[in-house]
Ligand binder design. Structure first.
Ligand code: ADP
Ligand code: ZN
Ligand code: ZN
Length: 751
């Protein structure tokens, strides 16, 4: 990808990625000056498309007279810089994505169709000198006078004007034509750290910071491990401060949109700087502007969720991945990348330090620490000397339960509320009840498309399938025997909310789950209601396990975790340990100690017992030991082929063909030499293990049969080699109508 020498004006071949699910870019003839990273318009079939140049090659792969030419070059300067382009290609390669999908997926929608970057610059207006005297002379009336008055002493953005003077645009047009106001470039303020906003670090924090800073510039991965409240965010802020003082950008990732506001609040309190915010809930114009602010280097800090990891960083200084263990960093459809792992790739190619923060690090990250690939920095104490909350295990065996709550738990709740404090009841199940059963004939509501029970949502009078989203009206009587009484079995958060509200009539009971927080700022509004420090009960799902600030809770009750002890997925133990520790971490505060109650039918389960006795470190060590003994990740590497189809036969045929298409890598005599042979020569002891095809753990979903094939390898290279050879063969297989397939590299679950 060397730029062409000026004298050589022979046409080149541009390799252009188009927004299509195809593994390869397309070749076009181009002018010699065309640079990788520019958008171009090219003929494609009978239409035209916008593509991105990924490479400008010296020699045509195909005889050049058969190639069509690039029609229009849309960007004089590359939209994607060399690092981002290279990293995206690397990601496409690693997670088996189609290059065009991956590159276009990284762009804001508004830029995918050829919009020019300066269309999205912030629109700022101010009065000209003539305008200011016109105001003083009062030569204008009505809307014009008001706008002139508003802009006379200060420049304002269009969005501010929308708020202050609705309908201002008509006046703006008149005044602009008269030369009384003008649109100006956003001021490039030098970012600065606000004075007096930083607390004095604790000794432990100071040590942690010194350790990270002493590594200097360049690629250095760190695991920053510390419980909630141990001051990790303060360390991130200090590191961002250092980057900012050096004129460098910080990329700061959080796993979930609900965590953006609190991070943004702390960043704004600390820095007077441009902060680009990127998440899924932005208007397209806002997203394009934030992305372009990152690209121009104007944004000192880029804060966002998963996809913010695709932001351009021309002046890179630091990457932070908060709550690095969170599975939300894994994209679960389309291009199945992992934002934490991609952040690591980018830190490496950008040559900057990366800090992975968590109270409950993932087993992958712990294994990397063990292997001395990451430095381990720990914060063992909470900043505000809050002691860890004791955990009480409630053995449910043989007890009479009220709506799934044991008498001892209810007593503890009574006492907490009587002291005027707040409690959280955690239950990882949405809805009213997971099963609706007929007492007379035994019928229960089932999803016809998934063959799984439907969840009852009583408030909405609906039965909802959590697997395919199908919903129907909840029947009043049994549709089978027409006589029987329908009984909700088991508890979801809605039922717990109802039961608790009935028991504690004078205390607000707030339910927090995906349903109740779907609207914009829904969660923030709920949290506001808790701010008063009056007695209240929060009922919620795992949304509460993510690092939200819930400062007034003193009691946490974890009910119904036993399902997680028996999952078929080997990730379940790790998830459960993280969930329990994260939820338990919400209890207690400086002036009021917290308590945690854990209800279970299996107090002696090794995972629970280890977790309660030795904490997360012990539970993680136990899990890592089990993974090592069974040769599971992170001690092996996996890629999962998932396929689904309404047609059972088509699915089976495809999976058999897919299996036969696997190419076994064979170790060459030396590194440079690799041979391959077909899969049907049995080779169980080889570098690659092929499991399946078999039915998926959920063999039917949304009316589609589902099957899987798992490739496994103790080392990464044989798996990568096999995938590279397999992928084109999979694309070349007959693709029956209606069959969908995908490859998931390093799957975070096996469903
Ligand atoms: P974490 O990210 O590990 O949950 P935070 O950095 O958010 O921890 O710190 C927890 C609380 O303590 C926050 O309210 C934060 O403002 C405060 N805090 C952090 N470090 C200090 C410090 N050195 N001195 C005083 N308060 C601090
Ligand atoms: Zn019935
Ligand atoms: Zn269903």
């Amino acid at each position: 990808m060397k730029p062409a020498p000026q004298s050589d004006l022979s046409p080149r071949v541009a390799r252009v990625a188009l927004p299509l699910p195809l593994p390869q870019p397309f070749d076009y003839l181009s002018e010699p000056e065309l640079l990788p990273g520019c958008r171009v318009r090219v003929p494609f079939g009978r239409s035209r498309r916008i593509g991105i140049v990924v490479e400008v090659a010296e020699r045509p792969a195909v005889s050049s007279d058969r190639l069509k030419a690039v029609e229009t070059v849309l960007d004089p300067q590359p939209l994607l810089d060399a690092e981002l382009l290279t990293s995206l290609r690397r990601a496409a390669d690693y997670w088996c994505g189609a290059i065009g999908d991956v590159i276009f997926g990284a762009l804001p929608l508004a830029l995918r169709d050829g919009g020019a970057p300066d269309e999205f610059a912030e629109e700022i207006w101010r009065a000209t000198v003539t305008g200011a005297s016109a105001r003083d002379a009062r030569t204008r009336r009505g809307g014009s006078a008001a706008l002139l008055e508003t802009l006379a002493d200060t420049a304002l953005s269009a969005s501010d004007l929308d708020t202050l003077l609705p309908g201002w645009r008509a006046a703006a047009r008149r005044l602009a034509v008269a030369g009384l106001i003008e649109r100006v470039q956003p001021e490039a303020r030098a970012p600065r750290v606000r004075e007096g906003a930083s607390p004095v670090l604790t000794d432990e924090q100071a040590d942690a910071l010194a350790t990270i800073l002493s590594a200097g510039g360049g690629f250095h991965p760190f695991l920053l491990q510390g419980v909630t409240g141990s001051g990790k965010t303060e360390i991130y802020l200090r590191l961002a401060e250092r980057a900012l003082q050096q004129g460098r950008q910080t990329l700061w990732l959080v796993p979930e949109i609900g965590l953006v506001p609190q991070a943004l609040r702390r960043l704004r309190a600390r820095f007077d700087a441009r902060i680009a915010v990127l998440h899924s809930n932005l208007a397209e114009g806002e997203r394009a502007r934030a992305w372009l602010d990152a690209r121009s280097g104007a944004a000192a800090i880029v804060l966002g969720t998963r996809s913010a990891v695709f932001a351009p960083l021309p002046k890179p200084g630091l990457i932070i991945v908060d709550e690095e263990h969170d599975a939300s960093y894994k994209q679960q459809e389309g291009f199945r990348y992992h934002a934490r792992d991609f952040a690591l790739m980018r830190a490496q190619s950008l040559g900057v330090p990366i800090v992975l923060g968590s109270a409950t690090p993932s087993l992958e990250t712990l294994a990397n620490v063990e292997a001395a690939r990451y430095a381990h920095v720990r914060l063992r104490q909470r900043v505000h000397a809050r002691p860890p909350s004791p955990v009480h295990v409630l053995d449910l065996r043989g007890l009479n339960l009220a709506h799934g709550l044991s008498p001892a738990l209810l007593d503890a709740l009574d006492a907490t509320l009587a002291r005027g404090e707040q409690a959280l009841v955690f239950k990882n199940r949405r809805g009213y009840a997971p099963v609706l059963l007929c007492h007379a004939c035994g019928w229960h509501a089932t999803c016809p498309n998934c063959e799984k029970p439907l969840t009852l949502y009583r408030g909405r009078r609906q039965l909802l399938c959590h697997h395919c989203g199908r919903s129907e009206r909840a029947p009043d009587a049994c549709p089978h025997c027409h006589a029987g009484e329908l009984i909700p079995q088991g508890q979801g958060t809605e039922r717990l909310e109802e039961a608790l509200a009935a028991r504690y009539a004078n205390v607000p009971v707030l339910r927090v789950d995906r349903e109740s927080t779907r609207q914009r700022n829904g969660f923030a509004k709920l949290l506001d209601r808790l701010a008063d420090d009056k007695p209240a009960i929060l009922v919620g799902t795992q949304i509460l396990a993510k690092g939200h600030d819930l400062p007034s809770l003193t009691m946490v009750a974890i009910v119904g975790v036993d399902e997680g002890l028996h999952s078929v997925d080997f990730h379940a133990g790790e998830r459960l340990a993280q969930l329990i520790v994260q939820v338990a971490g919400r209890a207690g505060r400086a002036d009021k100690p917290g308590t945690v109650w854990l209800q279970t039918h299996e107090p002696d389960h090794p995972l629970l017992a280890t977790l309660l006795k030795g904490g997360y470190d012990a539970a993680a060590a136990l899990q890592l030991g089990e993974r090592l003994a069974s040769g599971l990740p992170p001690f092996s590497h996996m890629a999962l082929l998932r396929a689904e189809s309404v047609q059972r036969n088509a699915l089976d045929d495809f999976m058999t063909a897919a299996r036969d298409a696997v190419v076994h890598p064979l170790p060459g005599k030396d590194d440079g030499e690799r041979h391959a042979r077909s899969a049907d020569t049995q080779d169980r002891g080889g570098a690659l293990r092929i499991n399946g095809p078999f039915a998926a753990p959920m063999p039917l979903r949304a009316g589609r049969h589902r099957a899987q094939l798992l490739l496994e390898s103790a080392q990464r290279p044989p798996l990568r080699q096999a995938l590279a050879a397999w992928l084109p063969r999979l694309h070349a297989l007959p693709q029956p109508r209606g069959l969908r397939w995908s490859i998931d590299v390093d799957p975070v679950d096996l469903y």
